[in-house]
Design a protein around this ligand. Sequence first.
Ligand code: NAD
Ligand code: ZN
Length: 341
Amino acid sequence: MKALVKREAKEGLWLEDVPQPEVGPNDVLIKVKRTAICGTDLHIYNWDKWAQKTIKTPMVIGHEFVGEIVSVGTNVVDFEAGQIVSGEGHVVCGHCRNCMAGRRHLCNDTSGIGVNRPGAFAEYVALPAANVWEHRPGIDLDVAALFDPFGNAVHTALQWPLLGEDVLITGAGPIGAMAAAVCRHAGARHIVITDLNEKRLALAAELGATRTVNVTQEKLEDVVAQLGMSEGFDVGLEMSGSPAAFNSMLDNMAHGGKISMLGIPGEDTAIDWNKVIFNMLTIKGIYGREMYETWYKMSVMVETGLDITPVITHRLHYTEFQQGFDAMKSGEAAKVILSWE
Ligand code: NAD
Ligand code: ZN
């Protein structure tokens, strides 16, 4: 089968013929229909420090996908050929304390699809049945291919009650923009989103942000005053990984404000802890998606009219992957869909 492989320990990806994955007794085999390119894939493409220490070459990469089940292992009774599914990209151990308690998103021994084990940028991918999510009938396949990053947005946003609340999102990348859509759907009042990139801010506005702030031109403090929010934001979603953005969030939270942090800051990020303590802020780190509550919420939000399609800026065939990665690299793309049909 064709697959996008990290063949060599240097920049790039290679479209190659590789053997079809083997299907263990607990696995399902999926014929991939659409995939989406994630920031993680770009790290692997670029062969940055993180990729060098994480990826063992050769590796079929990719974890954002939708496909159709073509066969199931002998132990699998919950799935059958023909179902339209995506995969939870974190394969959990199943027997640590958290897994045993049903808190699989907190497993301390996860393995990543397309990172630690063969991924979905391929004609076929094999996954444990426990990692498979069946989509509602009639779902748009491009939207279905985004359930992994959409899930990051949903998991981060739905940590706190949103109805009537004022929300600050720092970072209008694809995940920040989708989070704006989720906050709107969930009934937040002001949904203010910051970025340095006008194109990304415009996209976030299209998806549901009520006010965009280009931090190179405007001060968040001034926007808070303009909107008449005397006490600051009730909820903060950090989705940039930028220390400057996180610090400006801390400066503009209401007392008792709740922050969920998805963005991954550098090791030496410093904050003013007094703001956390004296303003009694709650800060919660967010990793991945909750299995499978986040997936349930995504399916139901899509069913009830949440539209994330504006986040898709490019639709290409897998043979045009280079164009897709170039668009991601230039910052011109939000989500790039590759078709494998
Ligand atoms: P992205 O890099 O496309 O988006 C980040 C955005 O932040 C960019 O548009 C950038 O211009 C903006 N930004 C940079 N500095 C800023 C500043 N000072 N103020 C405001 N905005 C600023 O990333 P993404 O794919 O949307 O993902 C968002 C973040 O979440 C990334 O940091 C990513 O690494 C992280 N992530 C974490 C998890 C997890 O499980 N914790 C999963 C996926 C992604
Ligand atoms: Zn576990």
